[in-house]
Design a protein around this ligand. Structure first.
Ligand code: RB5
Length: 142
């Protein structure tokens, strides 16, 4: 499974912890940055990660900013992206089961790194339920 990850300056350390943990478990990670504390604009990062999902270069995306709010709002402007801002394993699981989310957004200033990683692992290991949820996701796409 390939995962693309991107973050603004608020999420560098948080991203590194999650990326290292996922790599140590054998996941292939594409890191689109940023990797310094210099200020960047989260919509640019949201676009880079979203492009890789739309072009099928990765199965799932992870977006990190201070709260996860700005970067998820930006990603959700892009056709075909369903970015879910998750705060716990329950929301991470339901975002896959019911919403077929293809990006998980996390707030580096909101969650601890262990909880962030738990959210990501739940997210990437949960299948979309389909059925009535597929009809609803289809309406979002229209
Ligand atoms: C950057 O300071 C901060 O505004 C950003 O990381 C994010 O939290 C925006 O939603």
């Amino acid at each position: 499974m390939k995962i693309v990850i991107g973050n603004d300056h608020a999420g560098v350390e948080f991203k590194n912890k999650i990326m290292q943990a996922l790599r140590s478990k054998g996941y292939e990670i594409i890191n689109v940055g940023t990797d310094t504390l210099d200020s960047v604009d989260y919509p640019d990062i949201a676009k880079e990660v979203s492009k890789k999902i739309i072009n099928k270069e990765a199965n799932f995306g992870i977006l990190i900013c201070g709260t996860g709010i700005g970067i998820s709002i930006a990603a959700n402007k892009i056709n075909g992206i369903r970015a879910a801002l998750c705060h716990n394993e329950y929301t991470a699981k339901l975002s896959r089961l019911h919403n077929d989310a293809n990006i998980i957004a996390l707030g580096a200033r909101v969650l601890g790194e262990d909880l962030g990683l738990a959210c990501v692992e739940t997210f990437i290991n949960t299948e979309f339920e389909g059925g009535r949820h597929a009809r609803r996701v289809g309406k979002i796409e229209q």
